[in-house]
Design a protein around this ligand. Sequence first.
Ligand SMILES: NC(=O)c1ccc[n+]([C@@H]2O[C@H](COP(=O)([O-])OP(=O)(O)OC[C@H]3O[C@@H](n4cnc5c(N)ncnc54)[C@H](O)[C@@H]3O)[C@@H](O)[C@H]2O)c1
Length: 281
Amino acid sequence: MIQKIAVCGAGTMGSGIAQVAAMGGYKTLLFDVDPEMVQKGRLSIQKSLQTLTEKNKLTPAMQKTVLDRLSYSSDIRDCVADLIIEAIVERPDIKTGLFRQLAAINPPETILASNTSSLSLETLAASISHPERFIGMHFFNPAPLMKLVEIVHTSYTDTRTAEAVTAVAVQLGKTPVRCKDSPGFIVNHVARPYYLEALHLVAEGLSEMETIDTLMEAAGFRMGPFRLMDLIGNDINYAVSCSVYQAMGEPLRLRPSPIQEQKCAAGELGRKTGKGYYRYE
Ligand SMILES: NC(=O)c1ccc[n+]([C@@H]2O[C@H](COP(=O)([O-])OP(=O)(O)OC[C@H]3O[C@@H](n4cnc5c(N)ncnc54)[C@H](O)[C@@H]3O)[C@@H](O)[C@H]2O)c1
């Protein structure tokens, strides 16, 4: 039975996932290699819970209970839990290194889940001991608000693992949907052209980003592609674009845009760095 959850990575996704895990009743640890990110994650959760309380969506007593369920660390040795959700940089080598460390300090029953948006879970699973306890648990951004969680099985995943993470997702108030391990799973596969076609229009001088965002929002999309890329993080979106492009056999229609590369090189990663396609306070 899952009682304690550890979330690895205190960035955009990890801090949101840790918040929903604690709100769902689990003892939750938020871990990051970077102590500054741990502190940033803690502040972002505290701010988010305070806003919920001010909007009467949480009582002050509930807010305290949720805060008391949370702990924070930049020491991997603290990452011992029944379920560990990895939400670190979208790099297979770094993720594999982390999972190996986690496998070494946790019992074989500990479920290891990855929040990767695009990497092959089958490949990640193959590098981990007891791969039957490994699964994809793909939350959406912002994790406290978005209902969908793609549950991605590999050929190794056993029923106990799948049932346990599905039950956790339901306990967190989410809608778990089983997906196959294919490039970008479902949502990121379908959404790729939304970003890339908009980038092509700008690169070819056929339109401007503000115009495209305004039009797409007027057409009914919640966020235009540039505003959405800034929310996601341009480094993450670029990594996902490259990963889906390579995994699909490099079709021209999915080729990442040079604009994405330029944004990453300039450190203009979106909301998280205060500047991306737009500026943020
Ligand atoms: N941003 C999104 O919209 C989104 C949505 C769904 C899934 N994802 C996936 O979630 C994961 C994280 O994305 P993000 O946007 O939160 O990234 P982010 O850049 O905001 O945060 C990544 C964090 O990982 C930390 N980190 C790096 N190496 C680490 C290690 N070895 N151990 C512990 N922490 C480490 C970094 O310090 C950083 O704080 C990626 O796999 C991404 O594909 C992102």
